[in-house]
Design a protein. Structure first.
Lengths: 170, 103
């Protein structure tokens, strides 16, 4: 057991435990707060994988924007479905079975592939991943077009969200 | 780094299946969106792990994660706007009761 393995295991326990709380806790506001813990654990994983920029973006965008948006939505739709009524559908057992089956299938597939036991090589010398990422996002030979398309998608989605949630005074 | 690749893949499979359970089993539409977020994060873990373990000089994995971030933000913005709009009109957030478009 190396230290990084211990960190990984603690992080995995944090992620899976808080994810189970997200899908099982009765109060929705608590589910949204547990989601923040899950997202933070995933950010730690990115840091373990030496993707520092993504770890920062995970905290800034996911925790800072998306999780806060969830908390606002929970607060704005509070009155319905209070803590007394069941939060799970009647056939949640079938859903749990399907989840377990999917996990068993995925785990079998993953472990039966050759080469999944490999460990990562050291990062190549002189590779600045943030610089390489930035250059590949604005280089026409690399990912300029997908990057621009996704920015247009985000703009369209935000305009659509404003339009949908807008209250008309009539 | 001494962690086998399979650890990351198993962890992300488990996170994906927890999210799948959340999507299938929860009544509340916002909770369903929370489950979708868990699934998207599982996908991102896979992408970053493959980027790191196969060829860190190729940035495709990280670029794809950034695109998934943007798509997740768009999905949450539109989804929550729809839920809030439906809540204003129908006073419900239960996904089963939102059936205005059912023929």
């Amino acid at each position: 057991m190396t230290p990084v393995q211990i960190v990984f295991i603690l992080c995995a326990v944090l992620i899976l435990g808080s994810a189970l709380m997200v899908v099982s806790t009765r109060k929705l506001i608590h589910a949204a707060l547990w989601l923040i813990v899950t997202l933070f654990g995933v950010a730690i994983l990115y840091a373990i994988l030496e993707a520092g920029f993504l770890a920062v973006v995970q905290v800034a965008v996911y925790i800072g924007a998306i999780a806060i948006l969830f908390i606002f939505a929970v607060m704005l739709t509070r009155r319905e479905l209070r803590d007394k009524s069941p939060q799970l559908r009647k056939n949640w057992g079938a859903a749990a079975l399907l989840g377990l089956l999917a996990f068993a299938g995925l785990a079998f597939l993953v472990t039966s592939q050759p080469g999944v036991g490999r460990t990562a090589a050291a990062m190549p010398d002189g590779l600045d991943t943030v610089q390489a990422l930035g250059k590949s996002l604005v280089s026409p030979q690399a990912y300029l077009l997908p990057f621009e398309v996704v920015s247009v998608l985000l703009l369209a989605a935000l305009i659509g969200a404003v339009y949908i949630a807008f209250t008309r005074k009539s | 780094m001494s962690i086998p690749l399979s650890w990351f893949l198993i962890l992300s499979a488990a996170l994906f299946c927890i999210g799948l359970f959340g999507v299938l089993a929860r009544k509340n539409a916002i909770a369903i969106l929370l489950g979708i977020e868990l699934m998207l994060n599982a996908v991102n873990i896979n992408l970053v792990a493959f980027w790191r373990y196969l060829d860190p000089a190729q940035m495709a994995g990280q670029v794809f994660v950034i695109i998934v971030f943007a798509v997740a933000a768009a999905e949450v913005a539109v989804g929550l706007a729809l839920i809030i709009s439906v809540y204003r009109r129908r006073n419900t957030v239960v996904a089963d009761e939102i059936d205005m478009m059912k023929w």
